[in-house]
Design a protein around this ligand. Structure first.
Ligand code: GRF
Length: 205
């Protein structure tokens, strides 16, 4: 399975997957990293791992979102990506990429969906909302994406305790630690066929 990553910032989940591939815990090959921020550490991580990295955003080369969508798809195809992992990708996937890779785009969300998901629920906002709601438990969700925010089929979830003295930072750190494990594990379950992805409806990627 050839994995493509779309990332916006740190890429620590991406790194965990790359490391799992290297260590033989995940039978997959990271083939390309696409990032919408030029200075994102995710691109440095790609370079260090010897994975081709691309900074793609709306600009001179891609004048609008539709052109960017097409360029992302062309890049994915050029690198023969079978599956896309959204590793902290802060932008919505365009309709062209979604149509070509429907059922093959995996996202990781730092809470137990369907709760604490949706537009605006990302990063620190998620953990702040969990704390404000007085939850005693939060978690991680790995899911397929569709055209809405955080609503696609859930592939795996793991719970993480919320401690009475938690801050957004302490909770985010505890959740992130679990993210790094469950993402690679879930991808390996896909590789092994324990998790069956929906049959592709459109043309092959
Ligand atoms: C993670 O918390 C993930 O759940 C969310 O974005 C964050 C990305 O972190 N989708 P990193 O870039 O992988 O370090």
């Amino acid at each position: 399975m050839n994995i493509a990553f779309l990332a916006s910032h740190g890429g620590s989940n991406m790194q965990a997957v790359i490391d799992a591939c290297k260590a033989g815990r995940l039978d997959a090959r990271p083939v390309v990293v696409i990032c919408n921020n030029a200075g994102a550490p995710a691109l440095d991580r790609a370079a260090r791992a010897g994975i081709p990295g691309y900074h793609l955003c709306v600009g001179r080369r891609c004048p609008d979102e539709a052109a960017l969508d097409r360029e992302i798809l062309a890049t994915l195809r050029r690198h023969a990506a079978d599956l896309i992992v959204l590793a902290g990708y802060m932008k919505k996937i365009g309709p062209t990429v979604l149509a070509a890779y429907r059922g093959r785009i995996v996202n990781i969300h730092p809470a137990l969906l369907p709760r604490f998901g949706g537009r605006g629920m990302y990063g620190r906002h998620v953990h702040a909302a969990v704390l404000a709601a007085g939850e005693r438990e939060t978690g991680v969700t790995v899911h397929l994406i569709d055209e809405n925010y955080d609503t696609g089929p859930i592939l795996a979830q793991v719970t993480v305790p919320v401690r009475p003295d938690d801050t957004v930072d302490s909770l985010a750190a505890r959740v992130l630690e679990r993210e790094h494990v469950i993402l690679s594990e879930t991808l390996q379950r896909i590789v092994q066929g324990d998790i069956k992805l929906p049959a592709a409806s459109g043309p092959a990627p």
